[in-house]
Design a protein around this ligand. Structure first.
Ligand code: PLP
Length: 438
């Protein structure tokens, strides 16, 4: 009942499991980001549709969806049936199968920039492969990324703006995500503010002859969902062409989510190389690299790409089904409509209390930002009341609205989010906003 939602969850079983797990696994988890503290780390029993149940039986409306993949909801019956059918092929053979062509063709049809396609297992692997391809194709080593972006776990991309060093009159520091990332990598890239074409051109004009690629998230899926301004992403496209640099559009989060053809369709831009992952397989591990034929043919002309598990049959079958549903049904429109309705509901609740706020990104993956006007780059994020978000999130999660505790991560919607989820979410949201104000 909605009344019991007023009480925060208890995590007795999760906490007991944590104490056991931490003896065998660092932080008790398989990804540092899943550790939410010694007494606050949630372990999942199962997910169904838009809801996730933890070990203690607490049920959440899930707006994380595993950072986006479960676009049709958890345990989607048709996708899971397809995956089981894929298993009948076998697991891995170190040989190709026929379905790779089928799925690659679907991807090409939905994302015109992906004239040719290669598969990977994760977003990280796809971006690694794309960057190597760009270097191999151009014979250049350097690259450009944008402040606030995230492109996966490998050394080349694990660099970010140190927001503590934002001050008038000096450029903020770019720092690695942590120990173990060689400082030598820092000399290989430039990182420029998002939505600032002039700063990009300054770099390309001076250093374009050593730069293989500009790597861009069309919507900063790891920084409040800050979207590219349409004129910005078009300028990135033009500048890349002008300076002989390849444009890699990282659609790991936006791909097959914001449109059938991803953010490239939304903005009307065409990448030289693009990467898609999360929504491709509704949670089964699969990702892809797509690109211009002349560039992609460099796989086969000396650029290495492979991997034991690439195009694994189960994931490939799940991808074929997921993409078929996303292509042939109103799924993406339904998701966007839910996202819009949720924003309208939140807007009403926040406005009634005079709380300055704005929404960023796309309704299917939007950020909630506590400042009157939405941010246009990572430096802006620092000027919002993100501690308000943090407090709000820490009231919402224990009461059954599983949003991301970090305000830089968007809220993801799936086709399984229905009217009941929406009503429950807004009801809990209103209650928690009041708790946050108190
Ligand atoms: N690129 C972007 C834009 C992402 O959002 C992510 C993950 O969140 C990645 C790459 C890395 O993907 P994965 O976690 O599948 O390795």
């Amino acid at each position: 009942t909605s009344n019991s939602k007023r009480d925060p969850y208890r995590l007795d079983k999760s906490n007991a499991h944590f104490r056991k797990a931490v003896q065998k696994m660092p932080l008790g988890v398989s990804s540092n980001f899943r550790y939410w503290g010694d007494n606050n780390t949630v372990y999942v029993k199962h997910g169904r549709g838009a809801r996730v149940t933890d070990l203690d039986g607490n049920v959440y409306v899930d707006y994380r969806l595993g950072y986006g993949p479960a676009i049709l909801g958890h345990c989607h019956p048709e996708v899971d049936a397809a995956a089981r059918e894929g298993q009948q092929v076998g697991t891995v053979f170190a040989l190709g199968t026929e379905r790779e062509y089928t799925v690659a063709s679907m991807i090409s049809e939905m994302v015109p920039a992906a004239e040719l396609v290669r598969f990977s297992n994760s977003g990280t692997e796809a971006v690694m492969a794309a960057l190597r391809l760009a270097r191999g194709a151009t014979g250049k080593d350097h690259y450009v990324t944008f402040e606030g972006s995230y492109h996966g776990l490998f050394d080349s991309t694990m660099w970010t703006l140190d927001t503590d060093t934002i001050q008038e009159g000096r450029e903020p520091d770019i720092v690695s995500y942590g120990k173990g990332i060689p400082a030598a990598v820092r000399s290989l890239f430039w990182q420029v503010p998002y939505n600032d074409a002039q700063r990009l051109e300054d770099v390309l004009k001076k250093h374009g002859h050593t730069i293989a690629a500009v790597l861009i998230e069309p919507i900063l899926g790891n920084c409040c969902g800050i979207p590219s301004k349409p004129e910005f992403i078009k300028a990135v496209r033009e500048l890349c062409t002008k300076y002989g640099v390849l444009m890699i559009v990282d659609e790991v989060k936006t791909g097959f989510r914001v449109r059938r053809g991803g953010a490239q369709e939304l903005y009307g831009v065409k990448a030289d190389i693009c990467t898609m992952a999360k929504a491709v397989g509704n949670g089964y591990p699969i990702a892809c690299i797509g690109g211009r034929e002349d560039i992609m043919r460099n796989y086969g002309r000396g650029v290495a790409h492979g991997g034991t598990y690439t195009a694994q049959a189960m994931s490939l079958a799940a991808a074929e089904k997921t993409l078929t549903i996303l292509r042939d049904t109103s799924a993406l429109d339904d998701i966007a409509a839910y996202g819009t309705a949720m924003q309208e509901g939140m807007h009403k609740i926040l406005s009634a209390r005079g709380i300055p706020h704005s929404f960023t990104g796309h309704p299917s993956m939007s950020g909630l930002f506590f400042r009157e006007t939405p941010p246009s780059n990572y430096r802006d994020w620092k000027t919002s009341d993100y501690t308000f978000y943090d407090t709000l999130a820490h009231h919402l999660i224990p009461r059954g609205v599983m949003c991301e505790p970090d305000s830089r991560e968007p809220w993801f919607i799936s086709t399984a989010h229905d009217k009941a989820c929406l009503d429950e979410t807004l009801d809990t949201f209103e209650y928690c906003v009041d708790l946050t104000i108190e």
